[in-house]
Design a protein around this ligand. Structure first.
Ligand code: COA
Length: 261
């Protein structure tokens, strides 16, 4: 269905694998097109409650934008490319369903940016993160200058951005860029075990957590107001009735909402 992606749906967890292992899963135009299309599926398929994004093969999550497509681009075309990538990554960041990056190797350039657009990250012990664009006379274009500062702070981010040096998995853990570091063979299982828990929670409430947390970084919004509105929206759902009733009846809640609000 997608020429550069593999997908599978198990237990309401949708796994998207970027599948260009011979090019270390570099993001060419087709991968971006496929990612945009697969996000339509994520947003609309009620059987998908949560998502994993990972890379094919043992070596790379994604080694960046496809550098071979840079030659011959005009200034305007390069700006359009950056904007198109940013728009896709905004769709990941603003998805009402949780999206976790399972970083199974190099996450460089656009790969690091893709991982950072996800709601959180889990790394295998061979993972390496970095924004090496300065080596190409460039800077990140898919949100990397913004999200790296958000996630690890300005000083650490600027050191990485300006030096192009790479972070190993344990340093990424220490910086808070990833939540866990696990053996590569345990990577997907670790994400699935966390998502299995999240999938039992009220889907609309889960989506509102994402929206409210994202509002922290959105200058056009007052996050506290977003939280108040989201709290009210949740209050009005059958899941809130079920959740509070189940608590009072000393039983587990059985949430039914479809995940989209
Ligand atoms: N764009 C296009 N092709 C890429 C790529 C990218 N970002 N990253 C890797 N590849 C390709 C290589 O050209 C090579 O293709 P080939 O076999 O047809 O020559 C293949 O993937 C394997 O990569 P290779 O460089 O041989 O592997 P390595 O183990 O020696 O090095 C890296 C791994 C990640 C250190 C190295 O590939 C690299 O530096 N990649 C670019 C990282 C980057 O600058 N990303 C930001 C882009 S904006």
């Amino acid at each position: 269905m997608y020429s550069t992606l593999l997908t599978s749906l198990e237990e309401n967890i949708f796994t998207i694998t970027i599948n260009r292992p011979d090019k270390l899963n570099a993001l060419n135009k087709q991968v971006l097109t496929d990612l945009n299309a697969v996000l339509d599926e994520v947003y609309t398929n009620p059987h998908i409650k949560s998502v994993i994004i990972t890379g094919s093969g043992p070596k790379a999550f994604v080694a960046g934008a496809d550098i071979s497509e840079f030659s011959g681009l005009t200034k305007e075309q390069s700006k359009a490319l950056a904007k198109a990538g940013q728009d896709i990554f905004f769709r990941i960041e603003n998805s009402p369903k949780p999206i976790v990056a399972c970083v199974n190797g190099f996450a460089l350039g656009g790969g690091c940016e893709l991982a950072m657009s996800c709601h959180f990250r889990i790394a295998s012990d061979n993972a390496k993160f970095g924004q090496p664009e300065v080596n190409l006379g460039l800077i990140p274009g898919y949100g990397g200058t913004q999200r790296l500062v958000q996630l690890i702070g300005k000083g650490r981010a600027l050191e990485l951005l300006m030096s192009g040096s790479l972070l190993d998995a344990n340093t990424a853990l220490q910086y808070g860029l990833v939540n866990y570091v696990v053996l590569q063979e345990e990577l997907l299982q670790k994400a699935k075990s966390i998502l299995a828990i999240i999938n039992t929670k009220a889907p609309i409430a889960v989506g509102k957590c994402i929206a409210a947390a994202n509002a922290v970084f959105d200058e056009t919004k007052n996050g506290y107001e977003v939280e108040v509105t989201a709290f009210g929206d949740c209050f009005d759902t059958p899941d809130r009735v079920e959740g509070t009733t189940a608590f009072l009846e000393k039983r587990k809640p059985n949430f039914s909402s479809g995940g989209l609000s």
